[in-house]
Design a protein around this ligand. Sequence first.
Ligand SMILES: [Ca+2]
Length: 306
Amino acid sequence: MTKKSIIIDTDPGIDDAVALAIALFSDELDVRLITTVNGNVNLEKVTYNTLRLLQFFDKEVPVAKGAEKPLIAEPVDASNVHGETGMDGYIFEEPDNSLLLDEHAVNAMYKEIMNSNEKITLVPIGPLTNIALLLKLYPEVKENINEIVLMGGSTGRGNVSVMAEFNIYADPEAAKIVFLSGLPIVMAGLDVGLKALVYPEDSELLKDMNDTGNMIYHLFKKYRGGSFNKGLKMYDSCAIAYLLKPDLFETVDTFVDIELNGELTKGTTVVDLKGYLNQESNAKVCLDINGAEFKKWFMESIKKCK
Ligand SMILES: [Ca+2]
C-alpha cells in the first residue's frame, strides 16, 4: 500500500493535538513535514506545542515555524478555548529542538513539495497564512500538490462571529488566496466539526487506552471546544478523517469565496450552493458526517497510537 504524502500546517491547540496523533500513527499517511502558524495561540507557543507532541509520540518529523501574524488582519487568540499554553491540562516533557528546521515554513514546504516524487496533499488545520504565502511566492508548487484538505469555514453560522468560523476569520485574506488558487480544495468546516463529537464515556475509555489516550483525556478536561458533558468537537480530526475515510462524509462540489469587507460578516465562507454567482466549483464542501461512524473511527485511531 502506498502511503499518502502529506504536510500538516497546524496551530496546536487541543483538537490539533488529537488530529496530529491520528495522522502520525496512521499506516496510510506519510507525514513529511509539520509547519506551524499563529492561530489558537501565538506562534512561539504553537511551535513549542508541536515539538512537545512529537517528543511525546516519539516521532521524528521535521517542523518549520511559519507566519507570526495574519497577512493583513489583526491576530485573534483562542486561548479562552485551548488554555493559556494552547495545550493546558497535561504535563509534557521539555522537548529538544532538534526537529525544528532553521528555515521558514514556506521555504520548507516549497522544498518538500518540489523534491517529492509523488504529489503532496496539504492539510491545513489552522489559519491559512502559510499556505497563501506559499502559493503566492512559489506558484510552481501547484504542479506537485495533489489537493488541499482543510479544516475551516461553514455553510451556515460561525463559531467566532455570527457567520465566520475561526480559522477563516483569523486570516480571511489568506483564505481567499487559497480558495481562489485553482487547486482542488476539500473544505471540512463547522457543518461536520460540530457533529464530530467525543462524549464523556468515550473520554473515560481513552484515559486507560494507552499513553496517547491518557494525554488526550487530560487535555479534554481543560478543552472548551464544546462541553465535556455534551460532547467535545473534534474539528481538526475531520480533515484527517476525510483523508482516511472519505465515505464518512456527504460532500458537494461548489463555489466558495471569502467575504473580506462585510461589516458584520468578515471571514465568512460564502458557499454558493445555489449557483447565484455563476462560477465554476472550486471546492468540495463537506455538508454532513456520520457521527456514530466517526466516533468509532476516532476511537480505533487513538487505539493505534502509543
Ligand atoms: Ca487548529
